[in-house]
Design a protein around this ligand. Sequence first.
Ligand code: C2E
Ligand code: CA
Ligand code: CA
Length: 565
Amino acid sequence: MNQRKNIIHQIKRTVLIVEDEFINREILASYLEENYDVLKANNGLEALHLIHESLIPISLILLDINMPIMNGFAFLQEIKKEEKYKKIPVIVLTGEKDSELESLNLGAVDFISKPYNMKEIILARVRRSIELSEDRMIIQAAERDERTGVYNSHIFAEYVNKMDRYNIDGKTDMMVIQIEKMHLFSELHGHERGYDALYLFAKVLKDMALKCDGIVGNYKSEYFMMYLNRQKDYKKFFREVEERFDLEMQGLTFKFKMGVYHVEDKIEPVESRIRRAKLVCDEIINSNKDKVIIYDNERQKNALFRQQLVSDLKQAISEHQFEVYYQPKMNIQGDTPVLSSAEALIRWNHPELGFISPGVFIPLFEENGDIRLLDRVVWQEAARQIRRWKDIYHRTIPVSVNVSRVDLFDPNIAKTFKEIVDEAEISPHDMYLEITESAYGNETDQIEEIVSKLRKEGFKIEVDDFGSGYSSLNAITSLTFDVLKLDMQFVKTLLTNEKTYNMVKIVAEIAKFLNVMLVAEGVETKEQLDILKKLGYQVIQGYYFSKPVRAVDFEKFIKKEDKTC
Ligand code: C2E
Ligand code: CA
Ligand code: CA
């Protein structure tokens, strides 16, 4: 900052003298002209014109009060109305004590009394006023985030401490607010429009903060922080921000979410309060309902647990903490069920947290995209297992692997699968790819293309969880595939709900019509199995036969058939 100051001091400033008496004006000008560029005006109105027309910023105004046409007070009132000029420091030239108070109220920074016979004092006052105002501007610029105009993190924290000092007993909250999918918006509409949106959002938050004696800071791009007096109803607060922002954005709707932390102890460092509010804000994933979460200990535990999983992933992969389990899929068409294939299901043996089921960690990695890393590990291991069983038992046990929606957006996925089967020296026919029905979502064109490429390579495609999504019929009409797997929920109520029974029957007819293999999973009882068999289901997976087990334990199913042969 010092260096910047030095450069600033070398530039000649412009001073405007507004004084109707010719002699006085010229005396002042003669004092100043050595160090400053001087502009002169006869009265307030002329001065206003000069300011508007001047291309060079004016650093200081010396203003007489008693002038014809527009006097000093009227002039002061005018310039304080304009954002661009209200920060120019004004020194009032006066002979009367009375006008000092009024001038101060109108924003003057200093006084010089007439007659002007003390050149050095006048010069010193002019210099000091300019310096003070420029320092203030530099500080203000550095305190604020350039794009959003709110405090940067460091200054925000200082102001929080200041607020606490004046409000030791008052109840306050820390809030972290995030605009969702900001990066997508910027990619679609350009970064400039992204910055505009951030600026407008900041403006709305500043207005809200003003209403509840709060302050706003920018944490990083799309994250904002607000420190404020405790509000009764944060849902209402949220709706108000939403309405104001919608109004500002005129047609472009943005989603955002809010984490609130009730500050219990003002000794707690500001960073820690922000971290907690952000923690719960980040907890809101894909939710359309709960856009505001208030921090509590239970949430903290959950959030920290999830955060730990996310940050442990890479190490866990390298330390082989993941293990692939296999669940048999039995062909029930004949008199006795025979082993048809297996589904590979991942398990995490975490060294501190113990055994973690995929229902817990898969959604997290689907959300942040890391599922791509993990799925490759599973696919590779499954392929190697197929090879091992081929070598030991001289027969092929095809294995189905799960493929996430995120995987399907990787343009190289077909190549990846090909490399995996080549490396394990197995055929693509030995691997089934289970793609959950909801993966087909909106971008069906792209997914269709990838799926048909994989099929051409020889991989079998299995539509998983069929009937669970909104677009089941859509998915099966637009895609080519080999196996239809009924969603587990239908099996659960198959015996108790007639509607379910009818649906399960219809799905069987669809599969027959499409000439694809039909699988049901989640089968736990003999009764369920019998009905499904009667309806034409060919392959059954479920606890009735076995839970997913380790590869070594799975081998008993292969050996059993070896013996019967
Ligand atoms: P999914 O693909 O629908 O897998 C079937 C789930 O049902 C498995 O749960 C399995 O253990 C369970 N299951 C099997 N038979 C029965 C039964 O008779 N009764 C009941 N109640 N459940 C049964 P799991 O292993 O906990 O996996 C949950 C989900 O996590 C899977 O659902 C799949 O969507 C995902 N997942 C598992 N492994 C992977 C993986 O390697 N990659 C990806 N992307 N997702 C995976
Ligand atoms: Ca599956
Ligand atoms: Ca399934």
